[in-house]
Design a protein around this ligand. Structure first.
Ligand code: MRU
Length: 352
């Protein structure tokens, strides 16, 4: 299986290296980013995307900001780190991994005020590398737990891209598929194209096919038909933020898939690391939903504009799937079944 390094630190060149996801599947272009505004833009424009990958990119970005500062004393240094953190945090609002990773990085600087600025910079580099390495293990573990829920030969439906392009290696929702594939399972994956930005068509189909996995692309409005045909035995999706009560915010359209799955009696699983669980959001209603440019709906991907000039457009990038539609949440520490509040707390405690 080819390994695409989605997001990495190039220490020698003081750069964040990403694969430009806006150019996939037609071109595999690596970007070497050294400027904070380019890193911010890469996250905002989805050149790097997916909750875990955004967190990793931001942690490397904050390390680079710290590394580049000329501050000689702690107080100037920490002020600059805080300003850089705030800037990177403003790139996208929904995926909590962004804020989780930036908090972790800032904490390193705050907890080592007794050390020299040079030493703190080194510790921040180590933390950024750790965040990335941990993610690979976490995804693998989600994959093992997810695989325990499925059988050889099953049809799996997924939405958006929660694979290796969204994380450091296995991804979350696609981790059970990759691990099953390693073990010789013959799984059939149905991929929602995922309007308006086509993460399913452009990214999920691309990475699954590169790995030699049986992949069928469908338009978002075809999910009901493939479920009705009996081709889907399970749904796996990722999440950008899971609230304390288990409501799960993910790419727009996910909640519709969950409603369909319930209708057809198909289990619907959210695969997410505990870093995606935000206990400060009591329910999905507390999660900020990003709204994006109308042109993503009216013009992008088309040869010419496909909606009347001046039409009102609503373009939320995410929706929240109510916990009543979720069969279980698969984390790196295990599978959480309803009631979610208690189970999620236990999972987070397991990681401490
Ligand atoms: O807007 P995107 O492409 O960043 O949205 C990504 C998703 O919604 C993913 O499903 C989610 O981040 C989980 S990635 C493991």
């Amino acid at each position: 299986m080819p390994y695409i390094d989605t997001v990495a630190l190039d220490e020698q060149n003081s750069a964040l290296v990403i694969i430009d996801q806006t150019q996939l599947p037609n071109e595999e272009i690596k970007l070497t980013l050294t400027e904070q505004n380019d890193i911010w833009k890469a996250i905002q424009t989805l050149q790097v995307r997916g909750a875990p990958a955004i967190g990793i990119a931001a942690s490397i970005g904050l390390y680079l900001a710290a590394k580049e500062t000329n501050a000689e004393n702690y107080s100037t240094f920490i002020d600059e780190v805080k300003a850089a953190k705030e800037y990177l945090a403003s790139s996208r609002p929904t995926a909590v991994n962004l804020f989780w990773a930036l908090d972790r990085m800032e904490k390193v600087a705050l907890n080592h005020r007794d050390k020299s600025v040079t030493e703190i910079k080194d510790l921040m580099r180590d933390e950024a590398v750790k965040i990335k390495n941990e993610d690979e293990l976490v995804c693998r573990s989600i994959g093992e737990h997810g695989l325990s829920l499925i059988k050889d030969g099953w049809g799996i439906l997924t939405h958006c891209n929660a694979g290796r392009l969204a994380a450091s290696k296995y991804g979350t929702a696609l981790a059970p598929v990759y691990i099953g594939h390693e073990r010789g399972y013959k799984l059939k994956v149905f991929v929602d194209e995922t309007r308006p930005l086509l993460q399913g068509a452009r990214l999920t189909a691309y990475e699954l096919m590169s790995a030699g996995i049986d992949t069928t692309l469908i338009c978002d409005n075809m999910a009901s038909q493939v479920m009705k045909n009996g081709w889907v035995q399970v749904v796996f999706t990722g999440a950008d933020r899971v609230a304390a009560n288990g409501d799960a915010c993910n790419k727009i359209g996910t909640s519709g898939v969950a409603v369909l799955a319930k209708h057809y009696g198909i289990p619907f699983y959210i695969c997410a690391p505990t870093s995606t669980v935000d206990m400060r959001s009591a329910t999905g209603a507390d999660i900020p939903i990003e709204e994006r440019d109308a042109a993503e709906v009216t013009e992008m991907w088309y040869k010419e504009r496909m909606a009347p000039e001046g039409v009102k457009v609503y373009n939320p990038a995410f929706d929240c799937t109510g916990n009543e539609l979720i069969t279980a949440i698969i984390t790196e520490h295990g599978i959480v079944k309803p009631p979610f509040n208690e189970g999620l707390l236990k999972m987070i405690d397991n990681g401490r």
